[in-house]
Design a protein around this ligand. Structure first.
Ligand code: ADP
Length: 660
C-alpha cells in the first residue's frame, strides 16, 4: 500500500507521470482535473485544520550525521496550535523546537522522531515544562522524515484524573481504614415523620466492625432501616442520631443496646444535612466493671452509713440498759430503799440484762452468718408444738388489750418435720417481735401452710406498715426506718437481716408486702422435710406435762424423762392449764411453783376444778412449811423439794404407776 502523500507532493508526482504520447490531450485534461481535486483537498484539509480545536503542526525532523533525530522544524501550524501552546504561528513556522524551547523534554523529540522515521502512527500524553501543560498528542507520518502532530491541552483532564485518582485512592484508603477499625462505623440518612420528628434511619454505609458489633452483615444493613433490622430498638437511639443529623451538632455518649446486650461509647457527627455518621466502640467489659465498681462504692458508702447509724444506735441501745443496770444496782446498796422497792430494782436489772443479751446475741448471730459460721442442726420438731409455744409465749407477754395474737396451723395434731428448731424459732420470733412492736392495735397472725415442697410461714400484722420508699432497705443490715408517726421502741436493725440470713441457710426465701398505716405481711418459705412420727415416741405409754419456766431445770428433767415418756412442756401456769385442757393423753403433771403470770398453786387449783384424779407433783426450791401446805391444799399430790435426783423422781412416778 502506497503511503499517503501531501497534496503538493501528489501534484508534483502527477506531473511526473509517464503519460502516453497519443493521448496527450486527454492526459493533460486528467492532470488538470486531478490538480484541481488535489488543491481542493489541500484547501479543504487546510481549512479543516484551521477549524479544528486540536492543535495541528506539520514538522520535519532534523538528524545528526549518524541519523539520530535531535530536533524538528515546524513547517505549518493551525490556529489552535497558538491556543494550546501560547506560541504565535509566525514565531513557530520555520523554527525548530529547540530554537523555541532549548530545554524541551527530550521525550517529545524522540517520540516524534520515531513516528517520522518509522512512519508508524503513535499517540502519547506527556508534560511540557516550558508551557507547564500536559499534552495528548497523536502523530503520523506521510513522508519519511516528516510528521503531523495533532494535539490538545489535556492538563485539566489530567489534573482531574489525578484528583479523581487521589479521591479514589483516599476513598480506598478510607474504606480500608474503616474496615480495619475496631470501632463500628455507620453512615445513615435520618427518616422523619410529617412533623419533622426523626422516626427511623437508613444505612448508607457500614464497615466490617459493624458486623461484629451487631451480627448484621453490610449486605443486610445497607439500604435497610434500623427498624427493619431491630424493630424493637430503644427509641432514644433514633432521637439522639436524629438530633445530630438535623442540627449538625456532634454528640458523644455511652449507651446500652438491649438488642445486642452491650454498652457502646458512641461518637456521632453529621457529614451532610439529614445524615449522620457514627463510630461506636464496644465498652461492655469496662462499663460492666465501672457499674460494678460504682455499685460496690455505693454499697461501701451505704454500709459505712449503716455502720455509723448502727454504732450510734448501738451506743444508745447498750447505754440504756447499762444505765438501768448500774442505776438500779446502786439502789440495791442503799439501806433507805425498801425491800419492795429492791424487788422492783431487781426486776429492772433482769430485764435490762436480757435486753443487753439480745443485742449481743444479735451481733454474734449476724457476725456468724456473715462469716458463714452459722450451721444448722436438723432434728425432728413438732411444728405445731413450736407454734403453740410461740403463741403462749407471746400471748403472755402481750399486755396490750387492743392487740390480739392468732395462730393458724394447717396441719392437725403433731406435725413432725426435720428442721433446726432453734433457728426456725429465732426467725419466727424476730418477725413476731417486729409485728408486735410495730402494731398498736388490731391483730398479729402467725401461721404456716404447705405449698408443694415448701413450708410457707406468714406473720401478718395490722400495724404501722412500711412506706414504699423504705421497703427496699428493710433487708439491709442495721437498716431502720425512722417513721416519725411510729412511737415504738427502736431496735438494732438486725432482726430482719438475721432472719433473712438464717432463711437463706435453710435454702429458703423471705418477702413481704406492706401498706403504710395498714400493716405488713411477712412471708418466708423453706423446703419442707416432713418426718414420719418416730415409732418410739408413739409407743411411749405415758405422757407427762412438765410446767417449768426455767430452761436449765426443764432440760434436766427432759433429759431424764424423754427417753421413756412423752413430754409436753408449759413455761408458766397459764400454759400448763391450757395444755392440760388440750391434751387428753396427759398421765401426770410435774408442776413448778414459782412461775410467771400464774404460779403452780393457781394452775393446780384451775386443773383441780375439772380433774381431781390426775396426779400433780409439785417441785419447788422454796418450800417452807406454810408453802408446802398451800401447795397440797391447792390439790398437788406431792411436793418435791429441789434439788431432785433422778432416782427420787422415778421412784415418785412409780408410785403413780408411771413406769418405764
Ligand atoms: P429493728 O431491730 O429495728 O426492728 P429489724 O431488722 O427487725 O430491726 O427491722 C428493720 C426495720 O424494719 C425496723 O426498724 C422497722 O422500721 C421495719 N419493720 C420491720 N418489721 C416491721 C413491721 N412488721 N411493721 C412495720 N415496720 C417494720
Amino acid at each position: 500500500m502506497n503511503s499517503p502523500k501531501t497534496s503538493k507532493q501528489l501534484i508534483e508526482q502527477l506531473e511526473m507521470l509517464p503519460w502516453k504520447e497519443d493521448n496527450q490531450e486527454e492526459s493533460q485534461h486528467l492532470i488538470q482535473l486531478l490538480k484541481l481535486a488535489v488543491r481542493k483537498a489541500q484547501v479543504n484539509s487546510d481549512s479543516l485544520a484551521e477549524k479544528m480545536t486540536e492543535g495541528v503542526a506539520q514538522c520535519q525532523i532534523i538528524c545528526d550525521s549518524e541519523g539520530v533525530v535531535y530536533d524538528y522544524r515546524f513547517i505549518s501550524v493551525n490556529k489552535a496550535f497558538e491556543t494550546h501552546t501560547g506560541i504565535q504561528a509566525d514565531k513557530a513556522v520555520g523554527k525548530t523546537i529547540l530554537e523555541i524551547f532549548p530545554d524541551v523534554e527530550k521525550f517529545w523529540i524522540k517520540f516524534y522522531g520515531d513516528v517520522a522515521l518509522t512512519q508508524k502512527s503513535n499517540s502519547t500524553t506527556h508534560y511540557n515544562h516550558n508551557t507547564k501543560r500536559h499534552y495528548t498528542s497523536s502523530a503520523y507520518s506521510s513522508t519519511k522524515g516528516e510528521f503531523t502532530m495533532l494535539f490538545k491541552d489535556s492538563t485539566e483532564s489530567i489534573e482531574l484524573t489525578a484528583a479523581n485518582l487521589e479521591i479514589v485512592k483516599s476513598q480506598t484508603h478510607n474504606s480500608a481504614v474503616l474496615n480495619h477499625m475496631q470501632e463500628a462505623f455507620a453512615h445513615c440518612k435520618i427518616i422523619c415523620d410529617a412533623t419533622g420528628e426523626p422516626i427511623n434511619y437508613r444505612f448508607i454505609n457500614v464497615n466490617e466492625a459493624f458486623v461484629n458489633h451487631t451480627g448484621v452483615t453490610s449486605k443486610d444493613a445497607i439500604g435497610k432501616t434500623i427498624l427493619d433490622i431491630f424493630p424493637d430498638l430503644e427509641k432514644s437511639w433514633i432521637t439522639i442520631f436524629g438530633q445530630v443529623a438535623i442540627t449538625s451538632i456532634p454528640s458523644s455518649f455511652i449507651k446500652y443496646n438491649h438488642n445486642t446486650n452491650r454498652y457502646y461509647q458512641v461518637n456521632a457527627f453529621s457529614p451532610a444535612k439529614g445524615e449522620f455518621a457514627s463510630f461506636r466502640r464496644d465498652i461492655t467489659d469496662q462499663e460492666t466493671k465501672r457499674i460494678e465498681l460504682e455499685k460496690a462504692y455505693l454499697k461501701a458508702e451505704e454500709n459505712d452509713k449503716l455502720k455509723s447509724s448502727f454504732l450510734a444506735n448501738m451506743s444508745h441501745e447498750v447505754r440504756t440498759p447499762m444505765n438501768a443496770i448500774l442505776g438500779f444496782s446502786s439502789l440495791l446498796e442503799d439501806d433507805a430503799v425498801s425491800e419492795k422497792e429492791k424487788k422492783v430494782c431487781l426486776k429492772q436489772i433482769k430485764s435490762s440484762g436480757n435486753k443487753l443479751l439480745t443485742i449481743i446475741s444479735d451481733i454474734v448471730d449476724i457476725s456468724k452468718i456473715d462469716a458463714k459460721q452459722q450451721k444448722l442442726v436438723f432434728e425432728e420438731c413438732d411444728l405445731n408444738q413450736l407454734f403453740d409455744e410461740l403463741y403462749n409465749q407471746y400471748s403472755v407477754l402481750n399486755t396490750n388489750a387492743e392487740l390480739s395474737i392468732k395462730i393458724e396451723k394447717e396441719q392437725k395434731d403433731r406435725f413432725i418435720i426435720l428442721t433446726d428448731e432453734t433457728r426456725l424459732n429465732q426467725i419466727l420470733s424476730n418477725l413476731i417481735d417486729n409485728a408486735l412492736k410495730y402494731t398498736q392495735k388490731g391483730e398479729v397472725t402467725i401461721g404456716y401452710r404447705l405449698k408443694d415442697n415448701t413450708l410457707e410461714f406468714y406473720i401478718k400484722d395490722t400495724g404501722i406498715g412500711i412506706k414504699k420508699e423504705n421497703q427496699k432497705i428493710i433487708f439491709e443490715r442495721f437498716a431502720q426506718v425512722n417513721d416519725p408517726s411510729s412511737a415504738v421502741a427502736s431496735g438494732t436493725g438486725l432482726g430482719i437481716p438475721i432472719a433473712k440470713g438464717l432463711i437463706e441457710l435453710f435454702k429458703g426465701k423471705i418477702w413481704f408486702t406492706s401498706a403504710h398505716q395498714k400493716g405488713s405481711d411477712f412471708y418466708f418459705s423453706i423446703p419442707i422435710n416432713v418426718q414420719k412420727e418416730r415409732k418410739t415416741e408413739t409407743t411411749f405409754n405415758h405422757t407427762l406435762l412438765i410446767a417449768e419456766d426455767d430452761d436449765v431445770n426443764f432440760l434436766l428433767l427432759e433429759l431424764w424423762l424423754n427417753r421413756h415418756f412423752n413430754i409436753i412442756r408449759a413455761i408458766n401456769g397459764v400454759e400448763a392449764v391450757r395444755l392440760y385442757n388440750e391434751h387428753d393423753s396427759i398421765d401426770l403433771i410435774l408442776m413448778d411453783i414459782r412461775m410467771p403470770y400464774m404460779d403452780g398453786i393457781e394452775a393446780t387449783k384451775e386443773i383441780r376444778k375439772t380433774d381431781s384424779a390426775i396426779p400433780i407433783i409439785a417441785h419447788t426450791a422454796y418450800a417452807m412449811n406454810e408453802e408446802s401446805f398451800a401447795i397440797k391444799k391447792a390439790g398437788c399430790n406431792q411436793v418435791l423439794i429441789k434439788p431432785i435426783t433422778r432416782e427420787m423422781l422415778f421412784a415418785v412416778l412409780a408410785t403413780y404407776n408411771i413406769i418405764i
